[in-house]
Ligand binder design. Structure first.
Ligand SMILES: Nc1ncnc2c1ncn2[C@@H]1O[C@H](COP(=O)(O)OP(=O)(O)OP(=O)(O)O)[C@@H](O)[C@H]1O
Length: 238
């Protein structure tokens, strides 16, 4: 199925106990496409990401990966299908070195591709090369985020999902992360990016989706949304 979306949802609802958080989200990410997922605090962005990844399990509706129903798949099966997650607040092993963190994440991609080798990740993140023998806890926030993205790339993903990509980073370091995300996009890896820096999200994304109370309120090209300050202030209070 050449034109199948990489991942798609149909009428997705998600719950935490009695709390109904997502109210029928239908969207698709095509191969190589970059989606910016936006919305004010508490609108359900992380819940949508975690529902795609099958971490939030209490759901209705459907999640398909490459046209195959994976609504009831485990998070591990979703990861093996080529979907990598860079969670909010970093996802590294603090007691392991940078080298160990990267090497243990290595595996071929869904189609057996091995494009992202240890060496290539170090070329993308020269800073990590200088820190190879440091433990995760010895890294700065920016280095930890680079390591988290580096670990995700070592899995040779087709889709990279990033929650709060630059949260807590100094502006210059955040700028470095954005340029790496642009580079990853150039390599043809699809992504879904959540970040408070809406302007950078709009600049990066082919398409942006705005969530309001667990529903898609708006969808459009990143560059158009970025130029529309009325929309940005209405939906995002910026
Ligand atoms: N584990 C949980 N148990 C119960 N409710 C939760 C849980 N996680 C999130 N929520 C609630 O679900 C709603 C959506 O939260 P979610 O984190 O998805 O929003 P968000 O758009 O990512 O916001 P933020 O930018 O603040 O992270 C919020 O009302 C939140 O309080």
């Amino acid at each position: 199925m050449r034109d199948a979306a990489l991942i798609e949802t149909r009428d997705l609802h998600a719950f935490y106990g009695e709390s109904h958080i997502l109210h029928g989200v239908t969207f698709a990410v095509r191969p190589g496409e970059c989606i910016g997922l936006m919305g004010r605090n508490g609108m359900g962005k992380s819940t949508l990401l975690r529902s795609l990844l099958a971490i939030v399990r209490q759901r209705w509706g459907a999640v398909r990966v490459r046209g195959i129903d994976m609504t009831n798949a485990t998070p591990d099966a979703i990861a093996r299908a080529g979907i990598a997650y860079v969670p909010e607040g970093r996802g590294i092993f603090g007691n392991l070195t940078v080298r160990e963190n990267l090497v243990m994440a290595a595996r071929p991609g869904f189609n057996g591709n091995r494009d992202w080798t240890f060496e290539r990740v170090l070329e993308t993140f020269p800073r990590l090369r200088e820190r190879l023998d440091h433990s995760g806890t010895q890294l700065s926030g920016g280095e930890q985020q680079m390591l988290t993205i580096g670990r995700a790339l070592m899995t040779n993903p087709d889709l990279l999902i990033l929650d709060e990509a630059t949260e807590g980073l100094a502006p210059l370091i955040a700028k470095g992360v954005w340029s790496i995300l642009h580079e990853i996009r150039q390599h043809g890896i699809a992504s879904i990016v959540v970040d408070r820096d809406y302007r950078s999200v709009c600049r990066l994304a082919d398409r942006c989706i705005v969530l309001v109370k667990g529903k898609i309120a708006l969808e459009g090209p990143g560059k158009e949304l970025q130029a529309d300050t009325t929309i940005l202030s209405k939906y995002l209070s910026v």
